[in-house]
Design a protein around this ligand. Structure first.
Ligand SMILES: [Fe+2]
Length: 360
């Protein structure tokens, strides 16, 4: 299984305009006079940022763009990345932050806490083709149908006490009692109820699931999709990786010899006990046009499940209080399994990577 290669942007595609309009109008509900801060890093093509800038201006936004250098490492290292205080200062003035660069950071969490909205269209080494990703997964899909389905799946997670995920001969049990399911819809705004629904959203839609406090997962999983841990790129193992968990801690790494060795070495050298904690989130991809690329769209590949490891203390700002202890780490890494079977108590949600349409 290799990472799939999307259409690399060489010029401005006209389709990007209606795509960005959908994002601002339907997903962010940008109103005239609101302050929009676009944070990018130097990997973002000018036409991508200019389109987000210009469409927000057309809708009456007061827009500013700030660009920093690419941060050290990829998304994995976001919890410990260092940002210029100038970017943090600008973020304190924004009503809506379009984040192409930062991800998990204290000043983003602070913005969410004070009532700003944060929308991430993508980041990292995927920026040169983020236009292609957004056109495919937003303009060319029914994002409203995806949003409504994400809501139905979140309710199934909320109603369940035990999530059992089977991949081949591996079974992982996650105690999700008392945890509220989250739609991960990618929408800040709900056009149906005409109200704001989330404070922090990640494109493209959608990845319903749960954020998981410490100590909840025991068992094994086979990872045949993306493994996000490397500072520069994401990769998929050529043969499945076998991860074993005991009460919310990764205790053994087996399977694909090359990737198992690389992951073991990375974790050992990191010297961060928090990096072994997890899964800290479990999310089901439901976008029919999402591909396994370097863009976070890989988390929304239809029927796949992505789990996070390491830090949850930052993303946890969107959880309800009292859910449990949230793991803290210098890193947040992820793994994806492409053909899981998922039971929520006795409800079959996914069978071998195919979503059960009878329940959602
Ligand atoms: Fe994650």
């Amino acid at each position: 299984m290799a990472i799939e290669v999307p259409d690399i942007g060489m010029r401005l595609k006209p389709d990007l305009f209606p795509t960005v309009q959908i994002i601002y109008r339907d997903m962010c509900n940008l109103r005239p006079g609101e302050r929009v801060l676009i944070i990018a890093d130097a990997r973002a093509p000018e036409y991508l940022i200019a389109t987000f800038h210009g469409v927000a201006m057309m809708m009456g936004g007061d827009v500013a763009v700030i660009e920093g250098p690419p941060p050290r490492g990829g998304a994995t290292y976001q919890p410990s990345a260092t940002w210029s205080p100038m970017i943090a200062a600008a973020s304190r003035e924004a009503d809506l932050i379009i984040d192409f660069a930062v991800g998990y950071a204290d000043f983003i969490v602070e913005a969410v806490k004070r009532g700003a909205r944060v929308f991430s269209p993508g980041d990292g080494i995927a920026l040169p083709y983020t236009d292609d990703v957004l056109i495919r997964t937003i303009l060319h899909t029914d994002v409203h149908a995806i949003r409504r389905r994400a809501d139905r799946i979140a309710e199934l997670f909320s109603a369940a006490s035990l999530c059992t995920m089977t991949t081949g001969d591996a079974v992982l049990e996650v105690d999700i009692s008392g945890i509220k399911g989250m739609p991960g819809s990618g929408f800040l705004w709900d056009p149906d109820s005409e109200s704001f629904r989330d404070a922090w959203a990640f494109a493209p839609p959608a990845q319903p699931g749960v954020l998981i406090p410490e100590g909840r997962a025991t068992g094994e999983v086979l990872v045949d999709g993306t493994l996000l841990y490397h500072p520069v790129y994401h990769a998929a193992p050529p043969t499945p990786l076998r991860l074993r968990f005991d009460r919310g801690r990764l205790v053994d790494i087996g399977g694909d010899p090359l990737f198992a060795g690389r992951l073991r070495t990375w974790l050992d050298q990191l010297g961060d006990e928090g990096a072994f904690k997890g899964p800290v989130h479990l999310n089901l991809g439901i976008n029919p046009n999402a591909l396994l690329t370097q863009h976070p769209e890989w988390e929304r590949v239809m029927g796949s499940v992505t789990c996070g490891m390491g830090d949850l203390s930052l993303l946890g700002v969107i959880m309800e209080d009292g859910a449990g202890v949230l793991p803290k780490s210098t890193v947040h890494w992820d793994w994806t399994t492409l053909r899981p079977t998922i039971m929520l108590d006795d409800v079959l949600l996914v069978k071998d990577g195919i979503i059960n349409e009878d329940v959602c």
